[in-house]
Design a protein. Structure first.
Length: 142
């Protein structure tokens, strides 16, 4: 199972720079999908409509692809967003955010990934990448 940050997850479902690389790196693998992913993906796609980068039909298609991948088992729904994980994220923030510049959601994604047995953590965010490396996540470069 692999963990994608939201930037990579969006690239998997909507054509952007590096979308092909993400598709190749995730081919045949199961991908973690938490409620945080669901919220951030939905928000990211709705922001694309706001910025006139996508149409409503494109957003609906992306959300349907996600539902299809959940049904097929490509995306694995894991609900590990809880107060214990948030406390871990707070600890990571206290330990590392001043040095890495990682933001709260970057830190929460790292805490969520840390609580799972993942084989790879993919991110395109430099600050999140720095934190992921510091805490020993199995980072995979794009």
């Amino acid at each position: 199972m692999i963990y994608l940050d939201i930037g990579c997850l969006v690239k998997l479902y909507y054509p952007e720079e590096d979308s092909e690389v993400i598709a190749i790196k995730t081919a045949g693998l199961q991908i973690v999908f938490t409620p945080l992913h669901n919220l951030e993906l939905t928000s990211a796609m709705r922001l694309k409509v706001f910025r006139q980068e996508a149409t409503e039909d494109q957003v609906l298609a992306v959300l349907q692809f996600v539902r299809d991948d959940l049904a097929s088992g490509k995306l694995i729904a894991i609900d590990n967003v809880n107060s214990a994980t948030i406390q871990v994220a707070i600890g990571l923030s206290n330990q590392h955010s001043a040095a890495t510049g990682s933001r709260s959601l970057d830190t929460l994604h790292c805490a969520l990934a840390q609580s799972l047995e993942i084989t790879a953590f993919l991110t395109t965010d430099a600050r999140q990448l720095a934190l992921a490396k510091l805490i020993g996540l199995p980072v995979q470069k794009l």
